[in-house]
Design a protein around this ligand. Structure first.
Ligand SMILES: [Zn+2]
Ligand SMILES: [Zn+2]
Length: 103
């Protein structure tokens, strides 16, 4: 479990940092989901601009929709669909202690 890294901030998976798994071992932590949700869902910021060919790190699909790029690791991208799916998974998991950001 400790060798699992968040693709977006490279933090390791610990008991107090929940993770959501994507395809082929990709992972995103709750903190990054919060940031991505704030940026893409609440603020409607599209980080895809300037990187039109990067597929989503989580689903490996190149979707024509809003994406969030990791500020620290620009090759890591999460699409709006994966952000929402990860947010749903985290908010359903009582052990995750994760709350949907509202602002
Ligand atoms: Zn992270
Ligand atoms: Zn995706």
């Amino acid at each position: 479990m400790s060798d699992v890294l968040c693709d977006f901030c490279h933090s390791t998976w610990t008991d107090d940092r929940s993770m959501v798994e994507g395809h082929l071992g990709a992972c995103v932590c709750g903190t990054c989901v919060t940031e991505a949700y704030r940026a893409c869902v609440l603020a409607d910021i599209d980080d895809r601009l300037g990187a039109p060919t990067l597929p989503c790190t989580m689903c490996k699909e190149d979707r024509e929709q809003v994406c969030r790029r990791s500020p620290a690791y620009p090759e890591a991208v999460i699409c709006l669909r994966c952000i929402k799916m990860a947010a749903k998974a985290l908010s359903r998991d009582a052990d995750a202690h994760w709350q949907l950001p509202v602002s």
